[in-house]
Design a protein around this ligand. Structure first.
Ligand code: ZN
Length: 357
């Protein structure tokens, strides 16, 4: 079988489609034939060999990439009961943790001291067959296609953690998502709208702004040239500000993100793609009764709940493009250039495509 692996750290020339041995499942494992695997920003950081808080390097090279994947169970270990069967369509929950601490017992996986993502230190999901503990897969609702499901685990679990678990967005609130093109951003906008919020977003690209304006759940798009965009947002809000800001951009946007918050507003942080050390006014923050809340990924509960929501609501992930596994370098290039709106998904060539519109 084949998969997408890096042979070293650096540019996209480090990525290769390689031959891999078939997995040997343990007694509590299932083997999933991966149909689709989404590409995430985490893949880029792992490829580049970034180190720092929350970034883990592969234990060995070559390293198979991939945090997201969905497919069909083709084998189960001896100790796997009836909860997962051969033939089940599943998505893989990418967080691994100790399973016994107080956080894990409550489904708060990303708070566990041993929390790590599949595809970071250990091999990832961009391979045809993947062995994973049965407890780490969720059976998909019939209405959710494998292609859509592959875009869910990282982006939608994070977005659910941001919008529902952490910000607790309420109907009628105004939510501003900074940088609306990203996978988590697109998901957060959908979930905020589903919660009854008014959804605003920013982008630096005119062409992306035009595409974002076409999304039915986006109420207003601000095309921002650089720092200082908060003035335009505050104008549009009659000086009142917004209740919630979702920021995964980091240092370049924090000053504006804090400034647009209404008194008592909350900023939820789920990334720092543009930089890790912001220059902000602490007085602007606390004098406005504003809060900053961190939301790295999420827990099993969040994953389970967002999959269930997608199953019953008809909300479908925003998928920018689907590429064959052989084009994994192109997927990295496009994601790095921030060309996309929503997710870029790799087709492993093993499963059925999307059958519903
Ligand atoms: Zn734990």
């Amino acid at each position: 079988m084949i998969g997408a692996a890096i042979t070293g750290h650096g540019g996209i020339d480090q990525i290769h489609v390689v031959s891999l041995p078939e997995p040997e499942p343990g007694p509590a494992d299932v083997v999933v034939q991966i149909a689709y695997a989404a590409v995430n920003r985490a893949d880029l950081l792992i490829r580049q060999g970034l180190t720092g808080p929350g970034v883990r390097r592969p234990k060995q090279l070559p390293h198979v990439l991939g945090v997201d994947g969905a497919g069909t169970v083709v084998a189960t270990g001896a100790q796997v009961g009836d909860t997962v069967r051969v033939g089940d369509r599943v998505a893989v929950f990418p967080a691994m943790s100790c399973e016994v601490c107080s956080y894990c017992r409550r489904g708060l996986t990303s708070r566990c001291a041993e929390y790590t993502l599949i595809g970071e230190e250990e091999p990832g999901l961009q391979q045809e067959l993947f062995a994973v503990p049965a407890r780490s897969v969720v059976r998909l609702p019939d209405s959710l296609e494998l292609l859509d499901a592959a875009a869910v685990p990282a982006a939608y679990t994070t977005a659910w953690t941001v919008v529902v678990t952490t910000a607790a967005v309420r109907p009628g609130e105004r939510v501003l998502v900074v940088g609306g093109g990203g996978g988590v951003a697109a998901a957060a906008m959908q979930l905020a709208a589903h919660s009854g919020a008014q959804v605003w977003t920013t982008t630096r690209s005119e062409s992306k702004a035009a595409r974002l304006r076409e999304l039915p759940y986006v109420d207003r798009v601000f095309c921002t040239a650089g720092p200082g965009w908060s003035a335009e947002v505050l104008d549009a809000a009659d000086g009142q500000g917004v209740d919630v800001v979702v920021d995964s951009v980091g240092a370049p946007s924090w000053r504006d993100s804090i400034r647009v918050l209404a008194p008592g507003g909350r900023m939820v942080v789920c990334g720092a793609t543009g930089g890790d050390t912001p220059d902000i006014s602490i007085r602007e923050l606390y004098q406005g009764n504003r809060s900053i809340l961190g939301a790295p990924f999420g827990g099993w509960n969040d994953f389970r709940d967002v999959v269930a929501l997608l199953g019953r609501s008809g909300i479908r992930p925003v998928i920018d493009r689907v590429l064959p596994l052989a084009d994994v370098r192109e997927a990295h290039r496009a994601l790095e250039a921030q060309e996309q709106i929503g997710k870029i998904v790799l087709d492993l060539g093993t499963g059925a495509g999307r059958t519903a519109a």
